[in-house]
Every structure is written in C-alpha cells, then in structure tokens.
Design a protein around this ligand. Structure first.
Ligand SMILES: Cc1ncc(COP(=O)(O)O)c(C=O)c1O
Length: 456
C-alpha cells in the first residue's frame, strides 16, 4: 500500500486491483442471472461487475476480485467509496433523525446545507435552494422555476445534452434516440442548438477562425425563427457536456452565450449535476468560464452516494409561493449530513487533489494522439477527462466498437471505466484518487489501446 502526505487521503484505501479468477466469477454469474429475470431490462450494463463493497477508489466484487474504479458510480462518489468521515456522519445522523420531510418541518442540516450551497454558487449573489433526490429532479425544479419566474414557457438546450429522464428533463435531453423513443410527446417549446464541440465543429470552423457560430446560431437563427426570445424562459447548458462525451467549450462561447441570455432576458441554467462538486478541479465547472448561473442544478457527487439533488437559484427568482414546489424526501437529514461532510472534505483538500491528479493524467495522455492513431482527441478539466476514439485521425470517423473493446479489456485487467458519447472513453474517478492509481489506470489503458488496435 502506498502512503501519501495527505491526512484525509491517508484514511483511504489506496491499493491497486487484484483479480483472483476469470470474470465474471461464480457468485457474480448467479446474481446477474437473477438480475436478468427481475430487474428492468432498460438498464445498460457494459460488463459483468457485481459490486459488494467499496473503499476509496477500490471496489470489491462478490467473488473477492478488487477493481480500481475510474468511474466513481458515474461521477457520484466524490470522496471515494465509503469515506470514513462520510460513513461516520451518516451513522451519527441515522441514529438521531432519518427523516422528517423538509417540505413540512424545519431541521438544521437542511438550513446548513442551503446556506453552504448558496455561498458556494458562483457570482457571490444571494441564493435560495430547493432540495430533491436526483439530477433529473433538480433539472425539473430549474425548469419549473424558470417558467414560474419569467412567465415564459420555452427552453433552449443543446444537442448531445443529458439532463435526465423524467419527462421535463427528457425534453431537454438530446443524447440518444433510445432515451426518447416511445416516450413522446415531450414538452413543447424546447429547441436544441449545436453544442460547441471544437473537435467536430458543427459549423466546420477551426478554433482559430471560429466566430462563436454556436452561440450566434441561438441569437441569429433560433430566436429569430422558432424560439422568439420573449417566449424563452431559459437556456439550459452543461458547462462541460458529460454524457455527450466530456466536451469542453471555449471561453468565448460562454462569453457570447451569457451576453445573449442577458440581452434577451433569458435565464441561464447551468446543469452542474456531473461537472460539479469539485470534479473539474474547481467546485463548479462554471467557475472555469466565469459564468454566473441564474439557476444551477446539483446532484451526483453532492452527498458522496446518498440520493440528493438541489436547485440553487438567485434569491430574487426563487419566490414561488408555499406549495408551489417541494419533495417529501428531498434534502433528507442523512443525505444532508453526508453532503456537509462531503463539501468539507472537498474544500479541505480533495478539489486540489482533483486538479493535481487531473493535470497528471492529462500530462501523460497529451501525446496519445501522436502515439495511438485511434486516439482522435484527449480533453477535459480536472478529473472529468475524455479520450475520443476514431477510425483514423484524418476522417475522424467514430470508433464506438473500439471504445467498447477498450472498456472491456480494461475491466478484464481490473480497471473500471465507462464510455461517454458514442466513441469516447471517460475518466471520472473519485477525487481521492492517488498518483499510483492514476499511473496504473494509464498503463492499463495504454496496454488496452495497443491491444484493441492490434485486434482490429
Ligand atoms: C448533467 C446531468 N444532468 C442530469 C442528470 C440526471 O441525473 P440523475 O440520473 O440523478 O437523474 C445527469 C446524469 O447523468 C447528468 O449527467
């Protein structure tokens, strides 16, 4: 086991994977067979991992195999699996008060967390917080508040976006046809703009000659044709597109987007469900771009794995009347206690660690496009990193089957990664990840990329 000089990290298991037999093992096979008979077939499991326990960035399966988790439960366990401080806070709170319903009663943890989130949200404005249980619900809250406070009903979202699967959020989501097929009609008045993906510029430009066509399209085309500004409540954007492929827009896009929103009285909603809670090396991805969201949505990493979501808004916007919006479980005391410790750990050292480890990973991956002809681009911020795989670098033809092969080869070597977008590998480990674990992941991915290329 390697040691670090970091006190909060020292409490965490920092070892590397250890596989004891072929995968999936016998217990895993049993559970998977039962799962296939009883659990919704709409779930998308890429490989046969049946998790039993987790510690830091290590996950042990039901057969005793240990894996290095470079996905963190889809960017959720920010402080790692079962951080001792988080477990302690959960235990203590569960022994005192598990549920009360913040909708109808007061309790202090809810207020503590609302104050904390309000103070942390970019822009230094007075904020109010509405709590819920998931990312999709946080987005629903943002959509309802945007309509309620502006009196307008429309939304502008982006192609490739993922904002959740409830019907409102799904109307903004524009990631995969399978996520929408059969569920319509969705909300009217939602239109989508191209997301600024500079590797595959929707307007055929290069970063050097880009005139922020993606943002201008909103003002010059959408607002003038199908989405009159006075009917658009909000522009909803992921500051780094997550499920769409870990895509980072250029600063000038956000400058222009903020100008357009302000000019037309359209609210800016930043969906930080995946990019928030320190993952990008700052508390919020919005901070990288000097964005001040009118409304921000938070979930995933906020409570290190307990279900919690939050819609954080400008106080002067969140003025809906009692009964207008609430949730029985939202802001449950146990989840709030976990969130308060999570934020403390993030602020104390884990955001810094995310920035440091992200820089280390990026430094080693930067030359992958030169070393591996199938790597089109390596991109990202902090520990939100994407590796886009292509058939060849000239045509940029997407290589989804190669990406899936690398994901599976990595699993066979004890490394848990997932895809994002059609052909991108995503790295989204817990923020407690160590340098040795990063190096293991990089060595393994290099080996898997070389192997997948040879097989191809
Ligand atoms: C940016 C973003 N928003 C919203 C969601 C939906 O979150 P949940 O699955 O908790 O409903 C996700 C989930 O991946 C997401 O990445």
């Amino acid at each position: 086991m390697t040691k670090t000089a970091n006190p909060a990290l020292e409490a965490i298991r920092q070892d590397l994977p250890h596989l004891i037999g072929p995968l999936p093992g016998p217990r895993a096979q049993e559970v998977i067979a039962r799962d296939h008979r009883s659990v919704s077939p709409s779930y998308t499991r890429g490989y046969p991992l049946v998790a039993k326990r987790g510690e830091g960035a290590i996950v042990e399966d039901v057969d005793g195999n240990r894996f290095l988790d470079f996905n963190a439960g889809i960017a959720v366990v920010a402080t790692g699996h079962c951080h001792p401080r988080v477990v302690e806070a959960i235990r203590e709170q569960a022994g005192n008060l598990i549920h009360m319903s913040g909708t109808d009663f007061y309790y202090e943890a809810l207020v503590d967390l609302a104050e904390k989130l309000g103070a942390l949200t970019p822009g230094g404005l007075e904020r109010r917080v509405s709590f819920c249980n998931s990312g999709a619900e946080a987005v629903e809250g943002a959509m309802k508040l945007a309509r309620y406070s502006t009196g307008r009903s429309g939304f502008i979202a982006f192609l490739g976006a993922f904002h959740g699967r409830t019907l409102g959020a799904l109307s903004l989501t524009a990631r995969k046809a399978v996520q929408r097929r059969g569920f319509g009609p969705l909300l009217p008045g939602v239109v989508h703009a191209p997301y600024p993906n500079c590797y595959r510029c929707p307007f055929g430009q290069t970063p050097a000659n880009c005139a922020v066509e993606c943002a201008k399209f909103i003002e010059d085309t959408l607002l003038k044709t199908i989405a009159p500004a006075e009917e658009v409540a909000a522009i909803v954007i992921e500051p780094v597109q997550g499920e769409g492929g870990y895509i980072v827009p250029p600063q000038k896009f956000f400058d222009e987007l903020a100008r357009i929103a302000e000019r037309h009285g359209i609210l800016l909603v930043c969906d930080e469900v995946q990019s928030g809670m320190g993952r990008t090396g700052k508390m919020w991805a919005s901070e990288h771009f000097n964005l001040t969201p009118d409304i921000m949505t938070v979930a995933k990493g906020i409570a290190s794995g307990l279900p919690l979501g939050a819609t954080v808004a400008r106080a002067d916007l969140m003025r809906w009347t009692p009964g207008a919006h609430a949730s029985t479980f939202g802001g449950n005391p146990v989840a709030c206690a976990a969130a308060l410790v999570t934020i403390e750990l993030l602020e104390r050292e884990l955001i810094d660690n995310a920035a440091r480890m992200g820089a280390h990973l990026m430094a080693r991956m930067r030359d992958w496009p030169a070393r591996f002809p199938v790597v089109g681009e390596v991109r990202g911020l902090g520990l939100m990193l994407g590796i886009e795989l292509v058939r060849d670098q000239q045509s940029k033809t997407r290589a989804p089957e190669l990406r899936d092969r690398v994901v599976n080869l990595a699993f066979e070597r004890g490394l848990l990664v997932l895809g994002a977008g059609d052909n991108t590998l995503r790295l989204s480990p817990a923020l407690v990840i160590t340098r040795d674990q990063c190096d293991f992941a990089l060595d393994t991915l290099e080996e898997c990329l070389a192997l997948a290329m040879r097989e191809d």
